[in-house]
Design a binder for this molecule. Structure first.
Ligand SMILES: C[S@@+](CC[C@H](N)C(=O)[O-])C[C@H]1O[C@@H](n2cnc3c(N)ncnc32)[C@H](O)[C@@H]1O
Length: 182
């Protein structure tokens, strides 16, 4: 695995701290591309590609990523494939057992869980980091233990952290998890 030496791409936003924490594990288990689901600027895709992963970066709006991509070195370009897709209205683009892993950072669409479980090969990692617990995010955040219950059947959850969000009477939580496909 390549070690990141300097910033991988000048001008690229910093990757998620949680992605950085989990990247070594994800890459050690890798047997296929990582899907960066709702990749936004591509900050996590660029980071993972810089470590040697092949990444499919998917979002319904790739404008921000494309401007960074245009400036990136060929080594990174070779490792990142872009795909414009709306995860709510378009069909899931991956077949069974075609992904080495996936990450969803600051984007949660629970209908995708079944597809992710279908496409990630056994031993591959799913990383999820919801929006943080601040402000009005609780309206869209999952309920306590929901993600553990739903994903725990298909994934061995090696990291599972919940942080309460919103007013005390609400059981919404911000979640960070790393699960390994059973
Ligand atoms: C808060 S950003 C997070 C981006 C990236 N994961 C990150 O960590 O920087 C949320 C992203 O989800 C994308 N998004 C929202 N709804 C989507 C949908 N239905 N299908 C595809 N992408 C969507 C937005 O375009 C945006 O880039």
């Amino acid at each position: 695995m390549d070690k990141p030496k300097a910033p991988l791409l000048w001008g690229a936003p910093d990757p998620s701290v949680f992605v950085k924490k989990c990247a070594t594990k994800m890459l050690a288990a890798l047997d296929g591309p990582i899907a960066d689901v709702a990749c936004g600027s591509g900050r996590n895709a660029f980071y993972l590609a810089g470590l040697g992963a092949t990444v499919v970066a998917l979002d319904r709006n790739l404008d921000q990523l494309r401007s960074l991509y245009g400036a990136s070195r060929s080594r990174l370009k070779r490792r990142i494939r872009l795909q414009e897709i709306d995860f709510v209205t378009d069909p899931w683009p991956f077949g069974p057992l075609t992904l080495g892993g996936a990450c969803l950072v600051h984007f949660l669409h629970q209908p995708l869980f079944r597809q992710l479980a279908m496409s990630i090969k056994p031993g591959g990692y799913l990383l999820i980091e919801t929006m943080g617990s601040q402000g009005g995010n609780y309206v869209e955040l999952p309920r306590e233990r929901d993600l553990r219950r739903i994903l725990g059947r298909s994934f061995a959850l090696e990291i599972y952290e919940e942080r309460h969000a919103g007013p005390a009477e609400v059981d919404a939580v911000a979640v960070r998890l790393l699960g390994r496909r059973r």
